[in-house]
Design a binder for this molecule. Structure first.
Ligand code: AP5
Length: 205
């Protein structure tokens, strides 16, 4: 199965992607996580992406497409994959079409005020990348024992710009995939388990 999870920052793409990828035994491909790993390793790509990400701007399409093309050649993608945060522009979607078919595009629909609350309370594990929210977890360390931190791009000004960039560059993908008959919009403004059930019901149809 080959899936795309679409939605604005904080819609819950990463949270839901982990569950679906695990239960369908497909690779979870988060371009944001891949870029953060490059930044942690201090690679040239990571250093170039850093300032764009910290401003909430998109990393250039050719950089992202290079990463994705390499990633889907890996052994763990044989059974399928789930893109989380990719594609993010029409150009990325068109380039993807030339390299792989997609079975479903899940669009997580969440109102802006909820997105801001979710993002401002998000904490990440510096080691394994697991995500937490201050409203449901008051600890300062991850289950794996490493410290939690707030993503640089989760600060308020950057979040506002990420939402503007989403409206301008990524939202047009809703129409793009609707026209292709692939889009399924799910209400993402519900409990994590309810959203998970709604996503699975799309595959059961
Ligand atoms: P990326 O890491 O992809 O960030 P994003 O798309 O902005 O998405 P988020 O990670 O903020 O949100 P999410 O939808 O995954 O929500 P989550 O599940 O974490 O990209 C970061 C940057 O990298 C971009 O700005 C860009 O610069 C660059 N980039 C990445 N991909 C790119 C591409 N393809 N092209 C160009 N540039 C690219 O949930 C958020 C919080 O809410 C968590 O705390 C979670 O616990 C909580 N939560 C989740 N679901 C629920 C729920 N149902 N109820 C209550 N709380 C919930």
């Amino acid at each position: 199965m080959k899936l795309i999870f679409l939605g604005p920052p904080g819609a819950g793409k990463g949270t839901q992607a982990v569950k679906i990828a695990q239960s369908f035994q497909i690779a979870h491909i988060s371009t944001g996580d891949m870029l953060r790993a490059e930044m942690r390793e201090g690679t040239q790509l990571g250093n170039e992406a850093k300032s764009l990400m910290e401003r909430g701007e998109l990393v250039p399409d050719d950089v992202i497409l290079g990463m994705v093309k390499n990633r889907i050649q890996k052994e763990d993608c044989k059974n399928g994959f789930l893109f989380d945060g990719f594609p993010r522009t029409i150009a990325q979607a068109e380039a993807l079409e030339a390299i792989s078919a997609i079975d479903y595009v899940i669009n997580l629909d969440v109102p802006a005020e909820t997105l801001i609350k979710r993002i401002s309370g998000r904490r990440m594990c510096a080691s394994c990348g697991a995500g937490y929210h201050v409203s449901t977890y008051a600890g300062e360390t991850c289950k794996c024992g490493a410290a939690l931190y707030q993503r640089e791009d989760d600060k308020e000004d950057t979040v506002r710009n990420r939402l503007v960039v989403y409206e301008r560059s990524t939202k047009p993908l809703i129409e793009y995939y609707t026209k292709k008959g692939l889009l399924h919009t799910v209400n993402g403004n519900a409990d994590i388990e309810q959203v998970d059930a709604a996503i699975r019901s799309v595959f059961a149809k």
